[in-house]
Design a protein around this ligand. Sequence first.
Ligand code: DQA
Length: 163
Amino acid sequence: MSLSIDASSQTMGMAPSTASAGRRILVVHGPNLDLLGSREPEVYGRDALGDINRRLQKWAGERGITLRLVQSNHEGVLVDAIHAALGWADGIVINPAAFTHYSYAIRDAIAAVELPTIEVHLSNIHARDEFRHTSVIAPVCRGQICGLGWRGYVLALEALEEE
Ligand code: DQA
């Protein structure tokens, strides 16, 4: 199962109010993030993915920015979503979840599309198991935000707003 939603300021009926109006950003959530809310809440918090996506849509709608929100548990679906951003998106925010630590396919897809990309993690991956300290994705990203919960996604969107 995967989820993909496009939400724009038009569909939300709000007037664009900033210089970044009209920008389009792909937000990608990787495997197991569909279980947020019930999955290890002491690590990832109690918000469901839908709650986080709603906050991101509200933030984007207020600025006239269109988001495409994708979640999948399948590497190839995430690679396809990154490819589909080419010619559509101005930037990508991605939480690759466990793929962070070993997916060269996702890393190569980000490198291939050459869109400014920011890696986000809800938890502080550097303070957890050793295998989580390595990101094979970070070298092809503008930056990495981790440990700040859902607010990390908003900070990433803010950074792309100014790209
Ligand atoms: C995560 C951290 C990853 O190590 C883990 O596999 C996840 C979630 C985070 O958002 O903190 O699934 O990306």
